[in-house]
Ligand binder design. Structure first.
Ligand code: ZN
Ligand code: ZN
Length: 579
């Protein structure tokens, strides 16, 4: 069952109706009719041409109620025109088996222009950069070509960035976000059809409308086709918001994993970095991680708990603001799930694989919640948001017992299931439990569909549980061949490790800071150090900005200016006295 959108233009405006190929027109009329000023089906004329008096193109709405969308040969994004009959006018309509839709016939019409992309939305620089590209994949002249150097044929013409064969041939698991955006744009807004605009990206909404008053009492006392969420079919998401995760150096990850190496406890951190273009995938995006910040947490051998106290809330705001002055931001989370193999050779158990799980059900729900609170800003959805670029990276054992990072995102459907409170964890980590309906939650039919080895789509009821992998997309991971990390000095002590006690003897305090400054002199390009020193509030705002500027630009004159400021001199005095 593939869902699609039909557009109806009436004198009241443009109406978009979500439907499916197999839906009949009666179900569309149920959604459409309340939006029209004339609700007499006998008087509503539908046409694929704005000039409805042309009888060959128009049809009475009442005559096609039992026809399905596919029987009428309607496609996603198609535009139909509605006019009303006057009772005393003879009808021109006649029954048609299909309404032939041709986008070029509508291009000549002059419908009032509707809104376009939301230009006021501030996107990330990488999105603005990719927006300007068409992403067409250029191909050289091949041995199959039978034309001169200036000619072009099916073997050498450029491919669209979402081309299926190219994706498979290059072992790319998912098309990129911007390829998907371009594909949706082509689907909904044909270039020659500049009369109207449909936002090509929308988060699905699976929530029942608790305020619906379409002639019934609000849910749970009443329900209608308008407030009731439609059945959901879960499929592996074909696109991914981010294609690749890159740690800008091995050191970042090594220092993070050291907690486990030294204590056997698992660890959690926030990834700070930025999104950049990723050239290995058409129109791809990679996240480049420059630092891992570790929030307060209770770590254990088999898991951990985050301590979201008010201190951390304040720290997090400060860290985010320092990061933003450096041009970086949170791009995701990372956690370890490591168990020594006991073989004494440094290998770890491979626990996460295709026969167990990649992320557990609770991790999927946690990741989804992080994604929901870190939405992707885009001009191309009606509310300025679509899915998320927030990544979940888990450090665990690979097939050969090596410690390796693997990165995932929860699908757009998964985010919407979580938002509507339709899923929870189950006792089996690989399975997600579908909640039951209650007074504030209506759970529609949910199924998941898989293509089997014969290429056939197999649909299975998702209740009571379904495999979590249906909500995941995976990213590729790597380290750069020529590292050029933003923070490349010896790292100062990492925050919030006090609870680990004797294992990490050195904590962030004045005496360790003094030692660090004495050893490092001007070589202080480290995020943990920068945050700790600003948190002390001995430097004033200007001095703090100068320090951030120095770390960002590496301009030694800024350092020389800094060490002569009042704040810096007091800092050194305080450090000398305290040690
Ligand atoms: Zn050719
Ligand atoms: Zn209702």
């Amino acid at each position: 069952m593939s869902s699609l959108i039909l557009r109806f233009r009436s004198k009241e405006g443009m109406h978009r109706i979500n439907t499916t190929q197999s839906s009949n027109f009666q179900s569309i009329v149920n959604d459409l009719l309340p939006k029209l000023s004339n609700q007499n089906l006998e008087e509503i004329i539908l046409s694929n041409n704005p000039n409805s008096n042309n009888e060959s193109n128009s049809i009475k709405l009442s005559s096609i109620l039992d026809k399905t969308v596919s029987e009428l040969n309607l496609k996603n994004g198609d535009l139909l025109y509605i006019t009303y009959l006057n009772n005393n006018e003879p009808t021109h309509s006649k029954q048609l088996d299909s309404i032939p839709i041709n986008s070029t016939t509508t291009s000549t019409t002059n419908i009032s222009t509707s809104h376009g992309p939301l230009t006021q939305i501030k996107q990330l620089p990488v999105d603005d950069e990719l927006d300007k590209l068409d992403g067409m994949i250029q191909r050289p002249i091949s041995s199959m070509c039978r034309h001169g150097p200036k000619g072009m044929c099916e073997y050498c013409s450029p491919l669209s960035p979402w081309d299926e064969n190219y994706r498979k041939e290059n072992s790319i698991k998912h098309i990129s976000y911007h390829s998907y955006l371009n594909q949706q744009m082509t689907k909904f807004n044909k270039k020659e059809l500049n009369s109207s605009y449909i936002a090509p990206l929308e988060n699905p909404n699976y929530k029942i409308d608790l305020n619906c008053n379409e002639g019934h009492k609000p849910y749970p006392k009443g329900i209608c086709s308008k407030c009731q969420p439609s059945p959901i079919t879960l499929q592996l998401q074909k696109f991914r918001m981010v294609d690749h995760l890159e740690y800008s150096s091995h050191t970042i990850l090594n220092e993070f994993i050291n907690t486990w190496r030294n204590s056997g406890y698992q660890r959690f951190g926030y990834l700070y970095g930025r999104y950049e273009k990723f050239d290995k995938v058409p129109m791809g995006i990679k996240a480049v991680v420059e630092a891992i910040i570790e929030p307060p947490q209770n770590d254990e051998i088999d898991g951990l708990t985050l301590l979201n106290n008010s201190n951390w809330e304040n720290d997090e705001k400060l860290i985010d603001s320092i990061a933003s002055q450096l041009g970086i931001y949170k791009v995701g989370i990372v956690f370890t799930d490591l168990t020594d193999s006991g073989m004494g050779n440094g290998t770890v158990l491979c626990k996460r694989h295709k026969d167990s799980y990649f992320l557990t059900n609770l991790e999927i729900i946690m990741s989804g919640k992080f994604q929901i609170s870190n939405p992707n800003k885009t001009k191309y959805s009606s509310n300025g948001e679509f899915s998320s670029k927030f990544i979940t990276c888990v450090i665990s054992g690979g097939i050969n017992g090596e410690i390796e990072p693997r990165s995932y995102q929860v699908s757009n459907n998964g985010e919407s299931l979580i938002k509507a409170d339709l899923i929870t964890g189950s006792t089996q980590p690989s399975q997600i439990f579908v909640n039951n309906s209650n007074d504030t939650r209506y759970v529609p039919d949910i199924s998941f569909s898989k293509i089997n080895e014969y290429g056939l789509e197999i649909k299975t009821n998702a209740k009571p549980t379904f495999p979590g992998e249906f909500l995941l997309v995976s990213l590729t991971d790597s380290f750069p061949l020529e590292p050029n990390p933003m923070f490349n000095s010896k790292s100062y002590i990492i925050e919030n490790r006090e609870f680990l006690g004797d294992i990490n003897k050195d904590f962030q305090n004045l005496s360790t800071l003094y030692k660090y400054l004495k050893n490092q002199a001007s070589d202080i390009f480290d995020f943990h150090f920068l945050i700790y020193i600003i948190k002390l509030r001995i430097l004033n705002d200007d001095e703090a900005r100068l320090l951030i500027d120095y770390i960002k630009t590496r301009d030694i004159s800024k350092y020389n200016e800094l060490i002569n400021t009042g704040g810096w001199l007091s800092l050194i005095t305080i450090l000398e006295q305290s040690s």
